[in-house]
Design a protein around this ligand. Sequence first.
Ligand SMILES: Nc1ncnc2c1ncn2[C@@H]1O[C@H](COP(=O)(O)OP(=O)(O)O)[C@@H](O)[C@H]1O
Ligand SMILES: [Mg+2]
Length: 314
Amino acid sequence: MIEVCNITKRFGPTVAVRNVNFSVPKGEVLGLLGPNGAGKTTTMRILTCYMPADEGTATVAGYDVHTDSLEVRKRIGYLPENAPLYKEMFPLAYLDFLSRVRGIPTSQRKARVERVVETCGLTGVLHKRIGEMSKGYQQRVGLAQTLIHEPEVLILDEPTTGLDPNQIKEIRTIIREIGREKTVILSTHILPEVQATCNRVIIMRNAELVADGSPQELSRRATGTALLVVEARGPADEIRQGLAALDGVKSVTVAGAEDSFSRLELAVTDGKAVAERVFAAAVRAGWTLRELKAESASLEQVFYELTIGEKEEQ
Ligand SMILES: Nc1ncnc2c1ncn2[C@@H]1O[C@H](COP(=O)(O)OP(=O)(O)O)[C@@H](O)[C@H]1O
Ligand SMILES: [Mg+2]
């Protein structure tokens, strides 16, 4: 449904997107994850025909975003970052207006508006002006707007930014619902977002694509660097050396000492197996353990390694 081939976009000396390639099959919900400034919005703007790429090509449903931009726009619903809305309008009038802009025949407009009102749960707020609604409902109006022409593809730029936790949950539910029928790309700088909503993730960093896979696949990539946190009382040097000698422990970092307890962080190959060995070692040596926590390899670690971690190395 979406093919992005070697796109590059520069703003003066800034390279916002460099040589990015990915494709999205029909029906997939793809998360575009990356820290602020990574190039997510620029990638989405190229796909939605908002601006052209300097190099490379992108197609949506087989249409080139540059040469067939009208055909592409017909097939895309776009929710920009900080979705602009006509705040003084009532939602029905606003959605009717947009259906006219989208060229939907008069005879179909009412039914279309009713359908998106239903999908986005707007029935209870139809008497309010958009500007009088909570941010969560305003975002629902923004989502309704993307659906009015029944596009095959949705491009949602940070759809939950600025919402409170309940509103985030509700918007995610709506997105998942929509994602059952449509191809969706949503961008986010927040990890739980992709775990909650997406079946595939691509990670961008410094204008480049650095990872592509399912949330589970990306988590698996981090299993080599799981972390085990240990707090033990006993001779500090003996504990450090004893833990470092255990099978599966790659390194030991002393993270602090408090009330005669040492706090150590172990980089390990397999958190659970090593945790058992730590326990057995403590029993043998007579150390008191008060904390033994395996931080399971998470997407968060992959994200950190691929984004912040590498940046610091540079
Ligand atoms: N219109 C623009 N003019 C100049 N620089 C821009 C413009 N849009 C984005 N950039 C720059 O391009 C880079 C990527 O930005 P953006 O695509 O907005 O990232 P993200 O959405 O991941 O936060 C940033 O360094 C940003 O400052
Ligand atoms: Mg952005």
